[in-house]
Design a protein around this ligand. Structure first.
Ligand code: HEC
Length: 115
């Protein structure tokens, strides 16, 4: 039935957007492997790599920045370096960062105000 398929697809999307599925890489793993070198073990930033601190941003700032990075936001050119990083990650490793869950992860892991 067509309707059942649609309901199934919606349910599936909901699960996906809630967070990392078992088969996917968790945000913690993604960060550890692909973000830490430029943004620091605790989101404090890494000047040597020009990576800005992320631990001083609130959840909305992080979300907006990640949306911009993925070129779904308003300010593309501001995030050229990151836009490049995300494309490489997606093309070469098949890893798609979910802006919403990653913003949450970054905020609650690193921002002292979240605790
Ligand atoms: C090669 C170094 C490098 C890697 C790897 C990297 N970043 Fe970045 N990131 C940068 C630089 C440089 C900027 C600032 C310029 C820009 O936004 O393009 C930035 C900016 C950001 C911003 C916006 C911060 C702000 O001030 O608005 C976020 C959020 C972010 N990165 C998250 C991530 C995440 C999540 C990952 C891993 C999937 C990651 N970065 C991997 C270098 C890096």
């Amino acid at each position: 039935m067509r309707m059942k398929k649609i309901v199934g697809a919606v349910a599936c999307l909901t699960v996906l957007s809630v967070g990392a599925m078992a088969a996917e890489m968790s945000n913690a793993k993604i960060y550890e492997k692909y973000c830490k070198k430029c943004h620091g073990a605790n989101g404090e930033g890494n000047p040597a790599k020009k990576g800005p601190a992320l631990n001083d941003k609130d959840i909305n700032e992080l979300f907006d920045a990640l949306m911009d990075v993925q070129e779904k936001g308003f300010e593309g050119p501001q995030h050229e370096a990151m836009a490049h990083n995300m494309k490489v990650l997606e093309k070469k490793k098949g890893i798609k960062v979910d802006a919403q869950s990653m913003a949450k992860y970054l905020y609650y892991s690193f921002n002292p105000e979240a605790r």
